[in-house]
Write a protein that binds this ligand. Structure first.
Ligand code: TRP
Length: 343
């Protein structure tokens, strides 16, 4: 591979970084359209770092074997969805121990109240879920993920905005206290990025944990089942196919799914459906989704069949990531006053 590994090498393309937790066995179409499609596009003109946030996943108790399995599947899904490990650095968070190390430094820069005020922590604890300290310090580990790589942009969904704010605060605080050493990243909340809603409850976001099985489009599901779920999506009592999220959430959601996968604009779709019924819309959306999912599933099967190849991909991604992360940590350790270990 001809890739640059020295962090001092001038970056031709701006660096971006993003991650996803291996929280379930498969991505649903909301993650796929909302994030992955975008990652794939961005890798063309950015120096992209994409990783599986397995350390973050430990905040929710998970059976170890299940976690390993989900981690492999998540990596496979990135690749099947179009992330190219030759062009992007694709790795597993835990393979680069500097994440945890810088995470600790970030913890020590964060106020206790500041951490407790984070909405994700408040929401999770308000729901009565028992929280461990990992959940409280989740944002500081995420800040470390980002700051280790001199990241310029972090492409994430709207729900991650507050995490990026605290990352920027922590980077600024570090630089003020210890001298400029960390790049303050810009959020890259992708405008118009697809926000896919639950098929059965189109006013709430499609989510692996919150949605019922019928509300979800799971990328690893049998295509016939996917088509069936789309055909029974909740719409409304009118008959007009029009994009109007406030009044026609279900129909709008179907139009967004169609548009993102087919590349046709919402306007074009509205015109093509003039005078046609919801049944037609659902059938067409089902066809578009199934056509996209079938090749994805074939690629997934190939990847999962060859775990050694997945391991090689992760090893080379981690090697590149470690090169950058280690040099950041040399700077950080020196700045905060940790004694260098003699060799
Ligand atoms: N918190 C992110 C999510 O749940 C995942 C994540 C962890 C992440 N570390 C990150 C995203 C760093 C972007 C950058 O979606």
């Amino acid at each position: 591979m001809t890739r640059m590994s020295a962090p001092e090498t001038p970056q031709a393309a701006p660096r971006i970084l993003s991650g996803m937790q291996p929280t379930s066995d498969s991505l649903h179409i909301g993650n796929y359209l909302g994030a992955l499609v975008n990652w794939v596009k961005l890798q063309d003109d950015h120096d992209a770092f994409y990783f599986v946030a397995d350390l973050h996943a430990l905040t929710v108790p998970t059976d170890p074997e299940v976690l390993r399995e989900r981690t492999r599947k998540t990596v496979a899904q990135f690749i099947a969805g179009g992330v190219d490990p030759q062009r992007s650095s694709l790795f597993c968070q835990s393979h680069v121990p500097e994440h945890a190390e810088l995470g600790w430094v970030m913890n020590c820069l964060t106020g206790d109240g500041e951490a407790r005020r984070m909405t994700q922590f408040k929401d999770k604890t308000a729901k009565g879920q028992s929280a461990n300290v990992g959940l409280l310090t989740y944002p500081m580990l995420m800040a470390a993920d980002i700051l280790l790589y001199d990241t310029a942009f972090v492409p994430v969904g709207e729900d991650q905005r507050q995490h990026l704010e605290i990352t920027r605060d922590l980077a600024g605080r570090f630089n003020t206290r210890f001298g400029e050493a960390l790049v303050v990243p810009e959020p890259y909340i992708v405008k118009g990025s697809a926000k896919i809603m639950d098929l059965q409850d189109p006013t709430s976001k499609m989510s692996k944990t919150g949605s019922s099985p019928k509300g979800l489009i799971d990328l690893m599901q049998d295509p016939a089942k996917i088509a069936k779920n789309i055909r029974s999506a909740v719409t409304d009592t009118e008959a007009e196919i029009r994009y109007d999220v406030a009044n026609k959430a279900g129909v709008s959601n179907l139009l967004i799914i169609h548009s993102t996968l087919s590349g046709q604009s919402i306007d074009e779709l509205e015109s093509s459906f003039v005078g046609r019924g919801y049944g037609d819309l659902k059938k067409e959306v089902a066809d578009v989704v199934v056509a996209a999912i079938e090749p994805f599933q074939v690629r997934m099967a190939e990847l999962l069949d060859d775990p050694a190849e997945l391991d090689r991909i992760l090893a080379s991604g981690a090697e590149r990531a470690r090169g950058v992360a280690q040099s950041t940590m040399v700077r950080v350790r020196e700045r905060v006053g940790l004694l260098p270990a003699a060799r």
